[in-house]
Write a protein that binds this ligand. Structure first.
Ligand SMILES: NC(=O)c1ccc[n+]([C@@H]2O[C@H](COP(=O)([O-])OP(=O)(O)OC[C@H]3O[C@@H](n4cnc5c(N)ncnc54)[C@H](O)[C@@H]3O)[C@@H](O)[C@H]2O)c1
Length: 438
């Protein structure tokens, strides 16, 4: 499972050889640690066009000192507010703002561009704002050095705080080339700022006994949640081990059981705040060779059970007001993958579910519904992939390496954050800007 190439390229001879041969040069990414929870370096705030956003106080809350963007400063983060860009001519100010600083951004640094929602009544504004997507995605592919580039569309800086804080931190190390929409002010519940935003909340993680689910349970527990680790009865020992370590509890049941939602509700009479649909399986075969059982088992675990349990837990009121649902899609569901018609269909279905349910769940239950779409993540699932396909999966993204389960977990924790109520109906890829898919 270890990425030996990444380790080799971190050595001096490895660096020299890969540079000479023109091979991919992945940077060792800076991830969140207790000792280093923030980026180190300054934050440069730039503006293109006249923006209505009151951004400065929100950026100040990241704790990063304001920088001037000179080469000597080597900023850890650059935020370009391009909400005021309304036509093609004013796009020149995007170039003018970033051109002088782009070379000085520190390794593993962040560039976040802020845009306005597309104005359907003004095709010049829509053209200029859509242009920012192509700009951000192209810059993400060329910048290198573990730096990420993302676009946030917003109308209110204050409600986008948790999103900006995430993107401007080491927690978003493997999120690049994304376009995230933050809505207007959402219904919210009071919460306490600080290191444990989920304190007093209960989170249930399906498939939490290992892999990505285990990392999600760990990260939500770090943020203060009481976690319920759900997995199949065969994984009971692992589920208990994870739950005990995190001070939570295990719940063994097969999520495809017709009454899974009712059983979860019965186990959680006091309710649930965060529901993470992570359990998933693959049963790969080309369609011509795929028996019906392989098709139906994947659709059942990855999609039908997500719909059933979501419906049951919302209908019973188990998911409390201010709740969060995060489902797990995959880039295979967005881009398609040979041998995975069943898996691709199930994961694309997750995106459909999220987009359709999100507005209704917010209006009727005060619950947000989002998805994470992992790319190549280093887990047992991907360790079993044949060597050459595995190497291609690892390198074919802007960061030239696979992600870690914790990268998906950190993205999930941001979506589960009590301050993320205005982030709804989003499918966020955690893929290092994979070359596969949109
Ligand atoms: N690893 C990757 O690169 C990758 C990429 C894209 C998407 N994903 C998705 O991320 C999620 C987690 O992937 P992973 O790599 O950690 O997988 P994994 O196989 O390591 O873990 C999946 C967990 O889900 C549990 N599970 C399976 N069926 C279940 C059921 N019917 N009821 C309850 N629990 C069940 C398993 O027992 C296991 O503990 C899956 O939805 C997967 O499709 C993973």
């Amino acid at each position: 499972m270890a990425d030996r190439y990444l380790r080799f390229t971190a050595t001096a001879p490895g660096r020299a050889l890969t540079r000479r041969l023109g091979l991919p040069r992945p940077a060792t990414l800076r991830r969140w640690t207790v000792e280093h929870p923030s980026l180190t370096g300054s934050l440069v705030h730039l503006t293109a066009g006249e923006s209505p956003l009151a951004l400065a106080p929100v950026l100040a809350r990241t704790g990063l000192p304001a920088g001037d963007g000179t080469a000597a400063d080597s900023p850890a983060a650059v935020v370009l507010d391009a909400c005021g860009v309304r036509d093609v001519d004013s796009l020149a100010s995007v170039h003018a703002a970033l051109h002088p600083v782009v070379r000085s951004v520190a390794t593993s640094g962040r560039i976040v561009v802020l845009g306005a929602p597309l104005d359907a009544g003004d095709h010049h504004q829509a053209a200029a704002q859509q242009a920012l997507e192509g700009f951000v995605r192209s810059l993400g592919k060329e910048i290198g050095g573990g730096r990420t580039v993302n676009l946030v569309r917003l109308t209110d800086a204050e409600v986008a705080w948790s999103t900006l804080d995430f993107l401007l931190s080491p927690r978003s190390a493997y999120v690049s080339g994304q376009v995230i929409e933050v809505g207007a002010a959402a219904e919210g519940l009071p919460w306490v700022a600080g290191d444990r935003p989920l304190a007093g909340r209960t989170a249930l993680v399906t498939g939490g006994a290992r892999g990505i689910g285990e990392a999600v349970a760990e990260t939500l527990a770090r943020d203060g949640a009481t976690v319920v680790v759900l997995d199949v009865p065969q994984a009971e020992a692992d589920a208990r081990r994870v739950a005990e370590r995190l001070g939570g509890r295990a719940l063994t049941l097969d999520i495809t059981a017709a009454d899974a939602g009712e059983r979860i509700a019965a186990e959680l009479p006091d309710g649930l705040d965060v529901l993470i649909h992570n359990a998933g399986i693959t049963r790969d075969r080309r369609l011509a060779n795929m028996p019906a059982e392989r098709w139906s088992s994947v659709l059942d675990v990855n999609l039908a059970s997500v719909l059933r349990t979501t419906d049951a837990l919302l209908a019973k009121g188990t998911l409390r007001r201010g709740g969060r649902i995060v489902a797990t899609a995959s880039i295979a569901g967005l881009a398609g993958n040979a041998g995975q018609t069943n898996y691709g269909a199930s994961k694309a279905g997750i995106a459909g579910l999220v987009r359709a349910l999100a507005p209704r769940a917010a209006a009727e239950h005060w619950v947000t519904v989002n998805a994470v779409a992992p790319g190549f993540i280093e887990t047992r699932m991907t360790a079993a992939v044949p060597l050459f396909i595995r190497e291609a999966g690892r390198r074919m993204n802007s960061l030239a390496q696979g992600g870690l389960p914790v990268d998906v977990a950190e993205t999930t924790a941001w979506l589960a954050h009590p301050a993320s109520g205005a982030v709804n109906g989003q499918v966020v890829r955690v893929c290092g800007q994979s070359l596969l898919g949109a």
